[in-house]
Design a protein around this ligand. Structure first.
Ligand code: AMP
Length: 444
């Protein structure tokens, strides 16, 4: 493996890496940095938590740090596009960490806050502009930003950018860039739309693929908890108050859901905050900081708000609701198990969410083991199991596709007993109901 010292990085960057105590490059860094430093375009397929930010930040800083240039008002030399404000802020932090021995100026441009400070920063001049697409276009249209001098562009989390409907904005921004720039393009997944966009943006790129097509979740223990909707809140409380739980990140599908879950958990004595798109930028930053500094144990988030959160020490990710889009599952659980640490991801799945679970299983393929647990505690490890059935399925149907040696524990997926422990036999129940109705009719 190539060491950082063997890479063609200038001394101030080597010093910063020593300060950070990075011993060896991660695979994405090892493969990306040398080719990016040589000036080639890069198409990188890697999910968050792999050290992707340094993989593009170091070549960018290396490029800028080799020349002693003053920043030019309104005209950045490097543009980094990110899908969310949180990610943009985080990228800016990373640039400040790796570039701390260089005299380079950065500007951050994102929506949801007043534009005054951002316009002033651009007027003063910044070597590196880190931006979300919407506000960037806005300021470009107002004549506050000119991309004519951009030498390098980084597109981070391109798939999420497209998911969020930024494609038209991204295309408009690309049209303003000089043709002879260098492009570093990163995406956690490579659906056809991303491949199309990358073809438009890149010139003879070097492909860097860290995980085959989509997922690297092998360090993360993944469980699916099959339960009823009304059991979710209590199950969540059980998870966050268990001995092994440290910082827990919880995902809900809706903003309102995030608020409700956070409020109930907080009321039950677990310090919790919520983060979603309806909260002001300041409130979102406050919640993130509180979580980062262990002032709250649980952060409840929607997908968009949590995208790219890089917080070390998240022991559990809980999918309170399964995501509609299976790719989001990978992004969500990638918040734990960062930088080589292990982590646990627990997904709640009700009957109504079985379709989403099937989609996730399809995406994960055969490589990933999901541990299924019924809310009564029975568990089993299966290699890509056929869909477990809960309510409304009979035991024989739920086990029919499984090897006989597994049948006994598999039965736990189907609620074979009612809450009072008595066998639940739907035909018997129906018969009983019909008999009661007949009796009632007869007695009228
Ligand atoms: P990223 O995927 O860029 O969000 O990085 C995830 C985490 O890995 C961050 O906390 C980085 O500080 C950390 N990290 C990045 N590169 C290295 C490295 N070579 N050695 C150790 N930690 C790293």
């Amino acid at each position: 493996m190539k060491k950082f010292e063997e890479m063609d990085l200038i001394a101030p960057l080597q010093r910063a890496l020593r300060d950070e105590k990075y011993k060896a490059p991660t695979p994405i860094q090892e493969q990306t940095i040398p080719v990016a430093v040589s000036g080639r375009d890069v198409l990188g397929c890697a999910q968050t938590g792999t050290g992707k930010t340094a993989a593009f930040a170091l070549p960018v800083l290396n490029h800028l740090g080799q020349r002693n240039r003053k920043a030019v008002s309104q005209c950045p030399f490097v543009l980094v596009l990110a899908p969310t404000r949180e990610l943009a802020i985080q990228i800016s932090h990373s640039f400040s960490t790796y570039g701390k021995h260089l005299k380079l100026r950065r500007a951050l441009v994102y929506g949801g806050v007043g534009q005054g400070n951002q316009v002033r920063a651009m007027n003063r001049g910044a070597h590196i502009l880190i931006a979300t697409p919407g506000r960037l276009l806005d300021l470009m249209n107002q004549g506050c930003i000119d991309l004519a001098q951009v030498e390098m562009i980084v597109l981070d989390e391109a798939d999420r950018m497209l998911d969020m409907g930024f494609l038209p904005d991204v295309k408009r921004i690309l049209n303003q860039l000089p043709d002879d720039r260098q492009t570093l393009f990163f995406s956690a997944t490579m659906p056809p739309s991303i491949v199309d966009l990358s073809k438009r943006m890149l010139t003879q790129p070097v492909n860097v693929q860290i995980q085959s097509n989509s997922v690297s979740v092998d360090k993360i223990e993944q469980k699916v908890l099959l339960l009823q909707r009304n059991q979710k809140q209590e199950s969540l409380r059980g998870i966050v108050t268990a001995d092994d739980a440290g910082q827990v990140l919880v995902f809900t599908r809706t903003k309102r859901g995030a608020d409700v879950v956070a409020r109930k958990l907080d009321q039950s004595g677990v310090r919790t905050m919520a983060i979603h798109g309806n909260k002001s930028q300041n409130a979102r930053q406050r919640a993130l900081e509180a979580f980062r500094k262990y002032q709250v144990q649980v952060l409840v988030a929607t997908d968009v708000a949590a995208r790219g959160i890089d917080i070390d020490g998240i022991t559990h990710v809980v999918n309170f609701d399964l995501p509609v889009d299976p790719e989001s599952y990978v992004h969500r659980i990638g918040r734990t198990g960062r930088a080589g640490a292990s982590g646990i991801a627990i997904s709640f799945c009700t009957d109504g969410e079985r379709r989403e679970l099937r989609e996730i299983q399809k995406l994960l393929g055969n490589k990933v083991r999901l541990v299924f647990e019924h809310s009564n505690g029975a568990s089993e490890q299966l290699h890509r199991p056929s869909m477990p059935r809960t309510k409304g399925s009979t035991t024989s149907r739920s086990t029919s596709k499984r090897p006989s040696s597994r049948r006994s524990s598999t039965r736990s997926f189907a609620p074979a007993s009612t809450a009072n422990g008595k066998p639940k036999n739907r035909r018997k129940q129906r018969k009983g109901r019909n008999a009661r109705q007949r009796l009632k009719q007869a007695s009228q």
